[in-house]
Design a protein around this ligand. Structure first.
Ligand SMILES: [Zn+2]
Length: 304
């Protein structure tokens, strides 16, 4: 399997030309101009050219609600990844495994990489920005490890059976306080009504999370297009082909890095996944019963 699961070259949208295809026409001019401006502004500020989104994370013993923006698991982006320990002893460093890039991966000597699927979500967790503004929710990457694939797949199946998709699925992700092996993104918790998820429709997604374009003051740089936060990340843009040389320079020596062992799907995880499905099925059965069985009429409750 290759690291990039989709073609890396974008199809050219150049209009038909009669001059041998030299120069730019149409929207390509604006696209190129924006890219040049962005590149220049990055070069001036000395910042990294790639934008790395934050990863969804739940503090142990708490829960955070999220809304998935991708339509399916297969719409996401997946690769093998190493999770390394930083100077403070926290597993906060993430590096792609080099084994799919035709290189002997120096990090694999220390421990296996994990196969991780990235979806995009909106974390419904307010935070206060540096300027003191309360931001009620934020778009983030949702890193799903292979041990949780079954649960997400079953939720996707369940949504499909309702004629819907993963997009708009609201989950309450709860992380165990005591289980140190519990996934950092938490696990879908059963809600008050016994349901694991709700699905909000497209109009609700736009009305809740839609926004105007975000540009620089002079309008020359478009940071965000209209309603960009309601769409999944452009994965090929945020996950460019890794710079093998740079990674080898950072981690090529070996011996000075600790690596978390790969999580393997255990029977306990599978059991948990099937329990979630069972609850969903029971809930659906109960819901359909409600829909087709008239409730017994209690005379006293009739208000007239
Ligand atoms: Zn590796």
């Amino acid at each position: 399997m290759s690291y990039i699961n989709k073609p890396t070259t974008q199809p050219t949208t150049r209009p038909a030309s009669q001059n041998g295809g030299w120069g730019h026409r149409g929207s390509q001019i604006t696209t190129t101009a924006n890219a040049v401006i962005e590149r220049n502004s990055n070069a001036q500020s000395g910042s990294r050219s790639e934008f790395v989104p934050l990863r969804f994370y739940v503090k142990a013993g708490t829960s955070v609600d999220l809304v998935i923006l991708d339509t399916s698991m297969e719409a996401g982006f997946a690769f093998y990844e190493h999770n390394l320990i930083d100077q403070d002893g926290r597993y906060s460093i993430f590096e792609p495994c080099l084994k799919d890039l035709g290189v002997t991966c120096p990090m694999c000597v220390q421990g296996n990489s994990s196969y991780v699927l990235f979806l995009t979500c909106i974390a419904l967790k307010p935070y206060t920005s540096k300027k003191g503004v309360v931001i009620p929710h934020s778009k983030m990457l949702l890193p799903i490890r292979i041990t949780q694939f079954d649960v997400i797949r079953q939720l996707e199946e369940s949504a499909k059976n309702e004629g819907k998709s993963l997009r708009g699925m609201v989950l309450s992700m709860k992380r165990s306080k005591t289980d140190s092996k519990a996934p950092r993104i938490g696990e879908p918790a059963i809600g008050k009504g016994g349901r694991v998820y709700e699905i909000i429709d497209e109009d609700e997604i736009i009305s809740l999370f839609g926004h105007d374009p975000v540009t620089s003051q002079d309008g020359n740089i478009v940071y965000k297009t209209e309603n960009e936060d309601t769409r999944p990340y452009d994965y090929e843009k945020i996950f460019p082909r890794p710079d093998v040389t740079a990674i080898l320079q950072r981690h090529g020596k070996g011996g000075d890095i600790k690596i978390e062992e790969e999580e393997v799907a255990s029977p306990a995880t599978e059991e948990k996944a099937s329990r979630v499905l069972e609850m969903l099925l029971q809930k659906r059965k109960a819901a359909s019963k409600e829909a087709y069985t008239p409730a017994p009429i209690d005379d006293e409750e009739i208000p007239f």
